[in-house]
Ligand binder design. Structure first.
Ligand SMILES: C[S@@+](CC[C@H](N)C(=O)[O-])C[C@H]1O[C@@H](n2cnc3c(N)ncnc32)[C@H](O)[C@@H]1O
Length: 233
């Protein structure tokens, strides 16, 4: 299975090797029209995330909220929750606003690595399918900010896809490096190229931020690469 996944990725990287890299915001801006139908494959995962939030939450920070597909389910369960969403793509946020403007979410068009989330502000922080482009050290610094922004005993929920083996993680990072060098793109520019970490590395990065408990909640049936992870402050 892992070998198949490696060979499939290798083939896909070979097939697309001459394609130029796209910047993160540009990638999503250009796909705004088809985005939600493409992401409908995660419909059950969105419901699952909403179900996992504790009953009594009043505030949520959603990093990389996009058009708010996870929020569609969250707003149906929590009618009065305060939501702050941050995303680098203005068009994604505009779409979120067109769907949920009546709930008054605060939408911030910015980079979640550099934006200040504040201290002890949120009952929950969530991220869905947004972190699989970033390397370990960057994630640790982000998880530290998330930790700081949570109230005591607040929770962080993450649903994102992982590399099924170390070879897959290494292959994707090496190819991203090659394409960056080829296209002359510096390390500070975010590109849309998938470089997921293994589950072990992803959880280690969260633990390193200081959470009192970090746990793998599990996978949905027929899926072995999109875990739900929960961390408690
Ligand atoms: C695959 S989409 C997921 C969006 C939403 N969470 C969902 O599941 O529908 C990833 C989102 O993360 C955003 N994103 C990626 N890197 C970001 C960064 N450094 N700062 C803010 N947003 C970022 C992208 O613009 C995009 O909207």
């Amino acid at each position: 299975m892992k070998k198949d996944a490696y060979l499939k990725l290798k083939q896909w990287l070979d097939d697309t090797r001459n394609e130029p890299l796209e910047t993160m915001g540009g990638f999503f801006d250009r796909r705004i029209d088809d985005y939600e139908s493409h992401m409908s494959q995660w419909a059950e995962h969105y419901k699952w995330m909403a179900q996992l939030l504790p009953d009594n939450i009043e505030s949520i920070l959603d990093i990389g909220c996009g058009t708010g597909l996870e929020l569609d389910c969250i707003f149906s369960r929590f009618k009065n929750v305060e939501v702050i969403g941050i995303d680098i793509s203005k068009l994604m946020l505009d779409k979120l606003h067109s769907k949920h403007g009546d709930k008054n979410p605060t939408l911030i068009c910015d980079d979640y690595f550099s934006y200040d989330f504040g201290e002890c502000r949120f009952d929950a922080v969530i991220s869905f399918e947004t972190l699989h482009h970033y390397e370990y050290c960057k994630k640790v610094s982000l998880f530290k900010k998330i930790f700081k922004s949570l109230k005591p005993a607040g929770i962080y929920l993450e649903c994102d896809y992982i590399a099924l083996s170390q070879e897959i993680e290494d292959l994707a990072f090496a190819e991203c490096r090659r394409r960056r060098d080829r296209d002359g793109i510096d390390n500070d520019t975010f590109v849309h190229f998938d470089t997921p970490l293994t589950l072990e590395h992803e959880m280690q990065a969260i633990k390193e931020a200081g959470f009192s408990r970090t746990e793998l909640i599990g996978f949905l049936e027929h899926d072995d690469h999109t875990p739900m992870i929960r961390a408690v402050k």
